[in-house]
Design a protein around this ligand. Structure first.
Ligand code: PMP
Ligand code: GLN
Length: 383
């Protein structure tokens, strides 16, 4: 038997799959892994079905079907005031995950440094390692305002080898959002350098209390050097469909497409046509903030009657809580205990830090039917 050299020796099954399996095993309400437990709009399913019946079942063009790229261009223009060329600057990908992998593999080389801001979503690290790059971490700071990015520390982390900075807003797992001043600070840091930006904006339509998502696409100084990534899985309640996209200047998109072409080549055709037709009406994504704010408020009001301490939640469908009044356990142990004994699954925040970090915080997902949230709250109130 040959020995298999591991390119990713430290990477195991991710915490989301682990906690979902544990939730099933213990018949727990799964507020761990981020996905809705309700259906998408049946009209979206109809449109995909019609596309299949119309025979749109063969390979689409490598960068995505034309109507979908046109619909994305129109949406981004109307929301963020930036016109991306659908032919050369928009690429449809197999979820945001593939977009992120391609963006990193096409631009990071051996020895290049990539700055990520922790806590960080789990898929950035393995992509950087596969590219031969070095991960440089900067930790968000937790204060009265919740988690914020210390831009002075990001500036201090930049070196001659820095190739890319990865940002994520609205932010998984903290629910924090970046504001105009944050993007301006980042633009100042990278001005005059060749540093690229990877901006993960998959929760772009989940921002609350009348606040607006500030997209890198609409920030001229950053957009000229950025891969901006989004995902229809989040926006249309179809995380299993795995359709996303990347916006980037033509030269960057051309490099990204070289990896995309030999990674998946194309993304499934009928889903693309169905989503393109559905996008003709902007109302579904314009309604999303109110839809999720109701759930966030319901969940937060319920948690107020428990011994958990709420952290701010300005965006995403995640709510982080402190549990120091309840237990001294490390986060993973606490999340497992909560799943097995209280029958509510959560995700430890420590799993979003490269070396782990114990802060006594877990993340709940509130993309659930109100009844599911109420059941979880009744159980959490007993803790
Ligand atoms: N980035 C973040 C921050 C996410 O939460 C997710 C969702 N899992 C992704 C990227 C990946 O999105 P997709 O499921 O479209 O690949
Ligand atoms: N993005 C989802 C979350 O943060 C999980 C996706 C996955 O399981 N890879 O929960």
């Amino acid at each position: 038997m040959p020995t298999v050299p591991s390119r990713l020796p430290a990477i195991g099954t991710n915490v989301f799959s682990t906690m979902s399996a544990l939730a099933v095993e213990h018949d727990a309400v799964n507020l761990g892994q981020g996905f809705p437990d309700f259906h998408c709009d049946p009209q979206l399913v109809d449109l995909v079905h019609q596309s299949m019946l119309a025979g749109q079942n063969q390979y689409p063009p490598m960068p995505g079907v034309a109507p979908l790229r046109a619909a994305i261009a129109a949406k981004v223009d109307s929301l963020y005031g930036k016109r991306y060329d659908p032919h050369t600057e928009i690429t449809v990908t197999s979820g945001a995950s593939e977009a992120i992998m391609c963006a990193i593999l096409c631009s990071v080389g051996p020895g290049d440094e990539v700055i990520i801001i922790e806590p960080a979503y789990d898929c950035y690290l393995p992509a950087i390692l596969l590219a031969g790059g070095k991960v440089v971490t900067v930790s968000m700071q937790l204060g009265e305002q919740g988690f914020t990015v210390p831009w002075d520390l990001v500036a201090a982390a930049v070196s001659a080898r820095t190739r890319m900075v990865v940002i994520n807003s609205p932010h998984n797992p903290t629910g924090a959002i970046l504001r105009q001043a944050d993007l301006d600070a980042l633009a100042d840091i990278v001005a005059g350098t060749d540093i690229l930006i990877l901006s993960d904006e998959v929760y772009e339509h989940m921002v609350y209390d009348g606040q607006q998502h500030v997209s890198v696409a609409g920030h001229a100084r950053l957009a000229e050097r950025a891969f901006v990534v989004s995902s229809f899985g989040k926006t249309y309640h179809v995380t299993g469909w795995k359709v996303g996209y990347v916006l980037a200047p033509a030269a960057m998109s051309a490099e990204l497409r070289k990896v995309h072409q030999y990674n998946v080549f194309t993304v499934n055709t009928p889903m693309q046509h169905g989503i393109a037709a559905y996008m003709a009406d902007p109302q579904p994504y314009l309604d999303l903030p109110a839809f999720y704010q109701h759930k966030r408020d319901l969940f937060r009001a319920g948690l107020d009657n428990t011994r958990f301490t709420l952290l701010p939640a300005d965006g995403t469908y995640f709510q982080c809580v402190r549990y120091d009044a309840i237990s001294p356990l490390p986060e993973l142990e606490f999340a497992k205990w909560l799943t097995a004994e209280i029958k509510v699954a959560a995700i430890p925040l420590a799993s979003f830090y490269v070396g782990g970090k114990e802060q006594g915080i877990v993340r709940f997902c509130f993309a659930k039917q109100d009844a599911t949230l109420e059941l979880a709250l009744a159980r959490l109130a007993r803790v």
